[in-house]
Design a binder for this molecule. Structure first.
Ligand SMILES: Cc1ncc(COP(=O)(O)O)c(C=O)c1O
Length: 393
């Protein structure tokens, strides 16, 4: 009889179970909304990236349906062969105006945008200088590029400068940070890093996945928030979070975008979005222009919930965005906290090593514009009850 060559996977899963770190997938029964049903339980949902509630916005839904009726359900090809539809080009033009750049190229996801772009613009003789908490898609892109990787401590621009200053002047360098860090909700050291990039001639790249639709005028992102237009060579955004649909994009010069048309592997080797996705994203940009009060509501909810957690005495780290971690340290405790919150009607995902450092396990909360005050107050009351029960407070 054939032995199981994948038997070691079950052993690893058993270890996770022993450590209290084994997770089952929560299943959403219905729409992605602020209050909804997962695993047969109605919960206040603090785990989605649906910052503005656009996943269920009537305009996006209608435009997606209209595009499906008119154009079908699939693009049928990769972008570089037969899969570039006029609706893809329209979305890219709209995004370029939104981001105030010459051009934009859309990828299938934010992950593909980051990994595909870093791997395309760098090669083995180059070096990337990267914040230690940058997203996994950036890390994978760096590895795929085969460039040397130098990591600086989180947001420590002085350390980044020391690294850059020691590198040969002629070596190509990419300085890269998240705009908003996805696990901590704090902002990248953008102005200081842009100064360094200019001083040493580095390529400056920012991943604004959690900032687009959230920071800046009409949600234009951290580059707009910090008034850094023209100082960031490569801006990445996602269409999967505040925009409410799916996808990622790179905004920058026309030459950058055309280079990515020729060299970014997800662009070349993976099929483009269905028309419905592109149509929904275009509609989302219309909503950002026409209903900026949604973003204001997101921030009102953020202030209310974050200060509520802090008043209760939770450690919320250095968050400056709608992402607020409740840091408890131990991984098993974070999972226990998440499970108890869920039983009491609040869904806040537990996050442990390797996603965050071993001693920084947490549950992560994300409020949206569509949470009501009552829902957020309910969630705070449950946090207080469970926090005391588990001796976190
Ligand atoms: C900082 C950051 N960058 C990129 C991504 C990837 O975006 P997407 O979900 O569109 O692939 C994420 C999402 O998980 C993220 O948090």
């Amino acid at each position: 009889m054939r032995s199981d060559p994948l038997g070691y996977l079950s052993t690893e899963l058993d270890t996770l179970k022993l450590q209290g770190l084994y997770r089952t997938l929560r299943v959403l029964e219905g729409e992605q909304k602020a209050k909804t049903t997962f695993d047969h339980r109605q919960v206040v949902n603090l785990s989605s990236n649906n910052y503005l509630g656009l996943t269920t916005h009537p305009l996006l839904r209608e435009r997606a349906l209209e595009a499906t009726r008119r154009l079908g359900v699939g693009s049928g090809s990769v972008r570089s062969i037969a899969g570039t539809m006029d609706i893809h080009m329209e979305l890219e033009r709209r995004l370029a105006v939104f981001k105030n750049t010459e051009a934009v190229v859309v990828f299938q996801s934010g992950f593909a945008a980051n990994a595909g772009t870093v791997a395309a613009v760098l090669s083995k003789d180059d070096v990337v200088i990267s914040d230690e908490l940058n997203h996994a898609s950036i890390i994978d892109g760096c590895r795929l590029s085969r460039a040397a990787i130098k990591v600086f401590p989180h947001k420590d621009a002085a350390a980044a400068r020391r690294i850059v200053a020691e590198l040969p002047a002629a070596q190509r360098k990419l300085l890269i940070t998240d705009g908003v860090f996805s696990m901590d909700g704090d902002l990248g050291a953008l102005p200081a890093l842009c100064d360094i990039a200019e001083e040493f001639g580095c390529i400056m790249m920012v991943d604004d996945a959690h900032a687009s639709g959230v920071f800046g005028r009409n949600g234009r992102g951290t580059i707009d928030h910090f008034s850094m237009h023209g100082r960031v060579d490569i801006q990445v955004g996602t269409l999967s979070k505040a925009i409410g649909a799916l996808g990622g994009y790179v905004a920058g010069s026309r030459a950058l975008v055309e280079f990515l048309y020729h060299r970014a592997r997800p662009f070349l080797f993976s099929t483009s979005h269905p028309p419905a996705v592109a149509a929904a994203c275009i509609a989302a940009l219309d909503v950002l222009e026409q209903e900026p009060q949604i973003i204001e509501r997101l921030w009102e909810n953020t202030r209310f919930f974050k200060s509520g957690l802090q008043t209760l005495g939770f450690n919320t780290g250095l968050s400056e965005s709608p992402i607020t971690p409740v840091i408890v340290g131990d991984g098993a405790l974070a999972m226990k906290l998440s499970d108890r919150l869920f039983q009491e009607g609040v869904f806040a995902q537990g996050i442990a090593f390797p996603t965050v450092a071993r001693d920084k396990a947490r549950v992560r909360t994300i409020v949206t514009a569509t949470h009501t005050r009552d829902e957020l107050q309910f969630a705070l009351d449950v946090f207080a009850k469970v926090g005391r029960e588990l001796s976190i407070l």
